[in-house]
Design a protein around this ligand. Structure first.
Ligand SMILES: Nc1nc2c(ncn2[C@@H]2O[C@H](COP(=O)(O)OP(=O)(O)OP(=O)(O)O)[C@@H](O)[C@H]2O)c(=O)[nH]1
Length: 376
């Protein structure tokens, strides 16, 4: 098994857009995960601090002020190192940044920092639908923030009429072509857009102390304001599963990944490249425009399979499956030829973190047509 990678999600948005509301929603719907939250002003968060990571000792406040100004890379590195240490037993780190912070600086810190257990989990921009025009007038930089986001949450849609809602969606599409946009009220997005349900050994689960989430669910079964929205939540995204017994052709898979369609927000799973690298299976983790492979030796007797889950909104399941099927190398001879093509794996190895150097000029705003950022 490859070592566990903790996604680090950056949650940003202008004052009052609903970041804290969304964070509270994630904390209530965290599916057994322990979430550590890094915020610039803890006082503003109306949550029982026990909710966060289940233990007060793991929470980190960065003090007041702009996160990026207040924290230099080495400080953030220190926090991330502590929070992603296996002993902290954290599953996800969320950094809540004020809208005034420059999100690309934070993303750069995460991507270029030296924290072996952390993996970039995406830049989520919360947008207030009711204040959209006013915010753009006051803070023109919001356009740039939207263009570099991996996921835009258009919040407070209850406060705008349907025509207005559609107009804002069209404007967002113009600002960040291809960036997935999820409409929400009170930040109720499906948490699976950001993280998977926790998988814990039964024994550990039984021994676990009752968390705030358990208590909350017990105390509020009839008042769970999310229950009645489940249909809506699940309608907001679609997940597609792909399994292949034949090895994947590295060049064709990279061509698929490099041109992945707008709206395909996350990809996770394992890839078998067959004879191109018979010793290793490649864990694949993509969020927004960021992509990583983590090779690790196959287990003894482990079945050679490619298993991927693709999550997005407005994606075409049939087209995705067809394209992935076309990446398979079903003829053993063709697979051997592909393996003999020594440069075939280069495109994949570019995205193996240990093999790539941090790129000082990294920008998230390359757009769907731009080059994929290299991971450190
Ligand atoms: N009507 C409506 N109100 C919302 C929605 N989401 C959040 N709010 C309210 O908007 C206000 C601001 O929400 P917060 O979650 O505190 O926003 P924030 O981005 O964390 O704000 P700062 O921490 O000040 O930057 C609160 O009163 C929320 O209850 C929504 O979808 N609809």
């Amino acid at each position: 098994m490859s070592r566990k990678q903790i996604p680090v999600v950056v949650l940003t948005g202008f004052l009052g857009s609903g970041k804290t509301t969304l964070l509270n929603h994630l904390l209530r719907r965290r599916a057994g995960n322990r979430i550590a939250v890094v915020v610039n002003d803890f006082g503003a968060i109306e949550i029982d601090t026990m909710t966060v990571a289940g233990q007060v000792g793991s929470t980190v406040s960065l003090g007041n002020g702009c996160l990026c100004c207040a924290v230099d890379a080495s400080e953030l590195d220190g926090y991330l190192e502590r929070l992603t240490r296996p002993s902290a037993r954290i599953d996800i780190v969320v950094i809540e940044a004020s809208g005034l912070a420059e999100p690309q600086e934070l993303v750069r810190m995460i991507l270029t920092g030296d924290h072996p257990h952390a993996v970039y989990g995406g830049l989520v921009q919360v947008v207030d639908a009711a204040e959209f025009d006013a915010t753009r007038a006051r803070h023109p930089e919001i356009d740039r923030h939207i263009s570099i986001a991996d996921l835009v949450v258009l919040n407070k849609t209850d406060r705008v009429a349907e025509t207005e809602h559609r107009r804002i969606l069209a404007t967002l599409d113009g600002l960040g072509p291809g960036t997935p946009v999820v409409s929400a009220t009170y930040g109720r997005i499906d948490p699976e857009l950001l993280f998977d349900p926790a998988v814990r050994p039964d024994e550990e689960e039984k021994a676990r102390q009752l968390s705030f989430e358990d208590l909350y669910e017990d105390a509020h079964p009839a008042h769970d304001d999310h229950a009645s929205h489940d249909g809506h939540l699940h309608a907001a995204y679609e997940s597609v599963s792909f399994t292949a017994g034949a090895p994947m052709n590295p060049r064709r898979l990279m061509a698929f990944l490099d041109s992945r369609p707008p709206g395909l927000y996350r990809i996770k799973g394992f890839v078998d490249f067959g004879p191109a690298d018979p010793a290793n299976r490649y864990a694949l983790h993509a969020v927004g425009r960021a992509l990583r492979f983590h090779p690790a030796p196959w287990g003894r007797g482990e079945e050679r399979l490619t298993q991927l889950v693709l999550i997005g909104s407005g994606i075409d399941r049939e087209v995705l499956l067809k394209e992935l099927h076309a990446c398979q190398e079903t003829e053993p001879r063709a697979a051997r030829d592909a393996a003999a093509d020594q440069s075939g794996m280069w495109g994949v190895l570019r995205y193996v973190p240990d093999l790539t150097e941090p790129e000082p000029g990294y920008e998230t705003g390359s757009g769907p047509e731009g080059p994929e950022p290299d991971m450190p």
